[in-house]
Design a protein around this ligand. Structure first.
Ligand SMILES: NC(=O)c1ccc[n+]([C@@H]2O[C@H](COP(=O)([O-])OP(=O)(O)OC[C@H]3O[C@@H](n4cnc5c(N)ncnc54)[C@H](O)[C@@H]3O)[C@@H](O)[C@H]2O)c1
Length: 265
């Protein structure tokens, strides 16, 4: 186990989308830093397997299958976390789905609705389910949007719009919870090496993010000022900061972890 210091002293954290990609990296990093972590994910086998992998490494992690768009399931997931760990200090909403590249004129309305439902409503439902417990501990929330929250991308109208809304929702939540001592901030990742982006590169036609980026993950590199894709742990490090007391006076921001892409507009 890597020693990344002890930013947390057993504080319980719930991470949605924790069975893979960034969510799993966040769980691993936070648990390594002393947090007790509940990972929540749609896929029951995947979430229990991910939790078992981390438990094998000596980390205090439990798996809780749940769909973030389901209010009752999320209430149960929060209750399960509190039953195991006694309270809830942190929430990270990393669950999300991508959009198959399509011009806004061509996107199926059902796909548009599904993307809004998972990326935006799922984030909202998770935050509402966790809020009473977070108020009790004066905890913190980290939502996960995207660089597309700030700048349009070709053929990503549903995804980018959902992520812009997640950023704004985070500001609303931050404002409405500031008086309760709960902070909320939004992580805005650039292209990050996970299953989601690998699938996009494999299956989407020209026009995913930008036509000239089609192909291998390496083809994203020239558009990134720092010259590489993000690793999941780059995002986990930023989420850890936003959740920890190191960012005690920061609330309502979008933090772009994108190798400089957002400065290009
Ligand atoms: N990978 C990137 O390049 C990138 C860039 C910007 C933003 N993001 C965002 O980061 C977040 C994590 O992405 P990732 O790349 O790790 O993706 P991923 O596909 O590897 O992981 C996402 C996880 O969310 C889970 N999930 C999906 N819908 C769910 C639901 N309704 N309820 C519970 N769990 C659900 C999936 O099962 C999966 O395990 C997403 O919100 C994504 O939009 C990713």
């Amino acid at each position: 186990m890597t020693d990344k210091g002890s930013k947390f002293a057993g504080e319980p954290v719930l991470i949605t989308g924790g069975a893979g990609g960034m969510g799993e990296a966040m769980a691993r990093r936070l648990a390594t830093s002393g947090a007790r972590v509940a990972i929540v994910d749609l896929k029951p086998d995947a979430v229990m397997d991910a939790a078992a992998r981390m438990q094998d490494d000596g980390l205090d992690v439990i798996g809780v299958p749940a769909d973030t768009t389901d209010e009752d399931a999320m209430a149960a997931a929060v209750a399960e976390t509190v039953r195991n760990f006694g309270s809830l200090y942190g929430l990270i909403t990393a669950a999300g789905i991508r959009q198959t590249a399509a011009r806004f004129t061509d996107i199926e309305l059902t796909l548009w609705r599904t993307i809004m439902e998972v990326n935006l409503t799922g984030t909202f439902v998770a935050i509402r389910a966790a809020t009473p417990e977070l108020v009790a501990t004066k905890g913190a929330i980290v939502t996960v949007a995207s660089v597309t929250a700030a700048a349009a991308r070709m053929n990503q109208s549903a995804y980018a719009t959902s992520k812009a809304a997640v950023l704004h929702l985070t500001k609303q939540v931050a404002l409405e919870l500031a008086g309760s001592g709960v902070r909320a901030n939004c992580l805005c990742p650039g292209v990050t090496s996970t299953a989601m982006i690998e699938q996009a590169v494999r299956t989407d036609g020209p026009g995913v993010l930008d036509a000239k980026l089609k192909g291998s993950l390496e083809q994203f590199r020239p558009g990134i000022p720092l010259g590489r894709l993000a690793e999941p742990d780059d995002q986990a490090a930023a989420a850890e900061y936003l959740l920890s007391k190191d960012s005690a006076f920061i609330t309502g921001i979008g933090l772009y972890v994108d190798g400089g892409v957002s400065m290009l507009g």
